[in-house]
Design a protein around this ligand. Structure first.
Ligand code: PLP
Length: 226
């Protein structure tokens, strides 16, 4: 199958309430255009510079999602156009996003990344820290951000029981924190699930899946893995 057929078969297989982010990191603009022409408008990248370059070259109705680990000093480069930042894992980063969003008279949508994987290498905050941030008076000063939900990454393993358990943690976190009240906390997104585990993620309550290799084919890990 070619990449536009891959896209269409995944779109047809997922429920309507689940948003598909096509993860185009390391892939050329020509591949993105093929998927765009098949109807996809939401693309995810994990490096700011790469996303900026692709944004410049591609149609302006694409919604760009930053899905990778984000350094504060990179926020300014994408503040003008990014439509959702998935991996917000500390308050200082929220402050920086707010500052840069304000410069562009925008409100930037963010997801708080929750650490759900057992392995140590994955970024993210605990549900308690997230809860504290949402209820803090400092958050109420950030008028140019909108926290629209949570993101998580499961452990990279074939053990489906473990992955399921980790997805359940994110769903439970969403359900527990959802009632918290803040003008800039409007949770509706649970971002979890990638090529290898998106079906399980949807069964566990995911509303947004981030799929790369199942659409675009495998990446060249030797040269380009982050
Ligand atoms: C690369 C990446 C994905 C997509 O991974 P695939 O296995 O290729 O679908 C999803 N989420 C994040 C955060 C990523 O970095």
């Amino acid at each position: 199958m070619n990449i536009s057929q891959n896209l269409i078969s995944i779109k047809n297989a997922i429920p309507k309430h689940v948003t598909l982010v096509a993860v185009s990191k390391t892939k050329p603009v020509s591949d993105i255009i093929a998927v765009y022409n098949a109807g996809q408008r939401i693309f995810g990248e994990n490096k700011v510079q790469e996303m900026v370059e692709k944004h410049e070259q591609l149609p302006k109705d694409i919604e760009w999602h930053m899905i990778g680990h984000l350094q504060r000093n990179k926020v300014k480069h994408m503040a003008q156009f990014v439509s959702l930042i998935h991996g917000v894992d500390n308050f200082k980063l929220l402050e920086e996003i707010n500052k840069q969003a304000k410069k562009h008279h925008r409100i930037i949508n963010c997801l708080l990344q929750i650490k759900i994987a057992e392995e140590d290498s994955k970024f993210g905050m605990s549900p308690d820290i997230a809860s504290g941030i949402i209820q803090s008076t400092q958050l109420s000063e950030l008028k140019n951000i909108n926290i629209v939900g949570f993101m998580g990454m499961a452990t990279f393993t074939d053990n489906k029981d473990q992955v399921k358990k980790e997805f359940d943690v994110l769903k439970r976190t969403f359900d527990q924190l959802k009632p918290l009240q803040a003008f800039n906390f409007n949770p509706e997104v649970i971002s979890m699930g990638m090529s290898g585990d998106y079906k399980l993620a949807i069964e566990s309550g995911s509303t947004m899946i981030r799929v790369g290799s199942s659409i675009f084919g495998s990446r060249n890990y030797l040269k380009t893995e982050d």
